[in-house]
Design a protein around this ligand. Structure first.
Ligand code: UDP
Length: 548
């Protein structure tokens, strides 16, 4: 992923380390040579890496992390388990050769210097690899059990550098369960939080040193249950739904109280909140009051003023004041946090976890060519700033657009909020070109968006997803906190004014279609592996706290 600031320099230093190690070897490479290669002073180099050994270990960390990502991608794909196991082993072996082949002569002196430190440092990674493989084997075992007679599960366990098969069932699971665990509470209250937190829940559960407690805050209780179910996440705690009549102030107080009591009972080591919702804000307040670490996923998004969009912008700025770890989803968010004086070591530019969910979905259900015959416009509208008269204005623009393009159908999954739902139904419900439907399941929504001629939406998450679907998105808002989406050329922000909306929509419909962006290092909101990074960083941070 394209990284900014501190992370960028670190990456450049590690790239230079790779080059010099292969040319000069560990002994021959000096810190001065490295500083010259990167074009920075030696002091700056030491600021990031206190010693040559630490630098080389970090370089190897990066190589191993890339391997773990590849293995994780294979193990979470929908291929048959035996094929996955073969692919994983081949990847593991080839990766070992590929990643060191350019070192040749220099490898011996490198290993003789850092081998013990290397083995100690990577013991956890070996275990992670073993667990990934173990999952696939268990999955295969299930297939066997369902198809034929039950066979006692065999598992792979790691023992001091050796992988071997154990005939005794459940050994690693029991061992893992017996170990002291650090508990992380993850709080979700709305559909987008679930879509963005589900990969985090899975990645945290894969970490040996962590356990999770997933809380449904009751903000949109049913949507949370339904959306998490799509990602195979079941909530451990359910807070009673908020009364529909509660105003923002009372709802904040009530939810903070409920979450505070959940934190008091569970005593988690950290509370993970996502984005800018009432749930994220109440979770932050409750955790901060209990002196519990706040971990903010999708941190640092900023609109020009704190009052707009309200209350989202206000919530995220306040969450930032209390967060111990800030996981920034994109370049601008990272820069915003630094500009506000957030300590750099607390910010991690990891990418957006919503892109993790999209990447997994498209890996399992690739878009078929038949999905590419656009005959509809997909519309969603839910933001508080677009309630009331602005909603009417958008509806008027949509009706005018439908008059210009009688060949198109308009599909509107209507947000459950009655204030916006009633308005949309009243203005558009009887129009023959409009289909007002219940909110779509995530998979169905993505398929409908990918096959649309145009999407019109005030959603934040859709701005991140749309470049990967190759569909234009018109956003009826005065600003965006996600400028990277606009920079891709797929997203246009247009003030809520009837004439302007219609003109822009017609122009976007007439423009030639562009190819979807791939999930790679240059993608604006990350490469789809943010959750793995978050889990690794959080586990390390909590381990440090435990040792301190
Ligand atoms: N989405 C969905 N079903 C729908 C509408 C949207 O699954 O009917 C997904 C969409 O793909 C995106 C997220 O919900 O991942 C966006 O949610 P929303 O627009 O409600 O919130 P925001 O992103 O603005 O916080």
């Amino acid at each position: 992923m394209r990284a900014a600031g501190q992370q960028d320099i670190k990456d450049r230093i590690l790239d230079a380390t790779d080059k010099l190690l292969s040319e000069k070897g560990f002994q021959g490479m000096t810190m001065s040579m490295l500083a010259d290669e990167v074009g920075i002073g030696k002091g700056t180099l030491y600021l990031h890496f206190p010693s040559k050994q630490e630098l080389v270990l970090s370089h190897i960390d990066r190589i191993i992390f890339r391997l773990l990502v590849r293995l994780h991608m294979i193990s979470s794909a929908s291929d048959p388990p035996d094929e996955k196991a073969i692919k994983m082993l081949v990847t593991r072996v080839l990766f070992r050769f590929d990643s060191i082949q350019h070192y040749r002569e220099s490898l011996f002196d490198l290993l003789s210097d850092i081998r013990p430190a290397l083995i100690e440092r990577h013991r956890r990674h070996f275990n992670q690899e073993a667990r990934s493989l173990n999952d696939v084997i268990e999955e295969g075992q299930l297939v066997v059990e369902r198809g034929a007679s039950a066979v006692e599960p065999r598992r792979i366990v790691h023992d001091g550098g050796l992988l071997f098969r154990s005939g005794r069932p459940a050994t690693p699971a029991k061992v893992r369960a017996a170990r002291a665990r650090r508990s992380v509470m993850i709080v979700a209250g709305t559909r987008p939080e679930c879509i963005k937190l589900a990969p985090v829940v899975h990645a945290l559960r894969d970490r040996e040193g962590l356990s999770t407690v997933v809380v449904n805050s009751g903000q949109h209780a049913e949507a949370v249950r339904r959306t998490f179910a799509e990602f195979r996440v079941v909530c451990d705690l359910e807070i009673p739904p908020l009364p529909a009549s509660a105003n923002l102030c009372r709802a904040t107080q009530a939810l903070t109280r409920e979450l505070a009591s959940a934190i008091d009972r569970q005593r988690p080591a950290a509370v993970v909140v996502q984005g800018d919702t009432l749930t994220a804000y109440a979770g932050t307040r409750a955790a901060a009051a209990a002196h519990c670490r706040v971990v903010h996923v999708e941190a640092g998004l900023r609109a020009p003023t704190a009052a707009d969009p309200f209350p989202e912008e206000w919530f995220r700025r306040r969450i930032a004041r209390h967060a111990h770890l800030h996981f920034a989803p994109c370049d601008s968010a990272h820069a915003n946090l630094l500009a506000e004086g957030t300590p750099p070591e607390r910010i991690h530019h990891v990418g957006n976890t919503g892109i993790d969910s999209l990447r997994s979905l498209l890996a399992q259900h690739p878009l078929a060519p038949s999905d590419r015959a656009p005959g509809h416009v997909l519309v969603t509208l839910h933001r508080r700033e677009n309630w009331d008269q602005r909603a009417d204005m958008v509806c008027d623009a949509l009706v005018e657009l439908a008059g210009h393009r009688t060949d198109l159908r308009f599909i509107l999954p209507v947000h459950p909020n009655p204030r916006i739902a009633l308005r949309l139904r009243k203005r558009l419900g009887a129009h023959p070109q409009f289909s007002l439907v219940a909110p779509l399941a995530y998979r169905e929504f993505i398929a409908t968006a990918a096959s649309a001629a145009l999407v019109i939406s005030d959603s934040g998450g859709i701005q991140e997803e749309i470049p990967h679907l190759g569909v234009p998105l018109l956003v009826p808002r005065s600003c965006t906190e996600r400028p990277e989406g606009v920079a891709t050329g797929f997203v246009r922000i247009v003030a809520v004014e009837r004439g302007m909306l219609v003109r822009e929509a017609l122009a976007m419909l007439a423009a030639p279609r562009r190819r979807a962006l791939p999930f790679d290092d240059a993608a604006p909101f990350g490469d789809g592996h943010a959750a793995l990074r978050i889990a690794g960083i959080l586990e390390a941070a909590l381990a440090e706290v435990a040792l301190a």
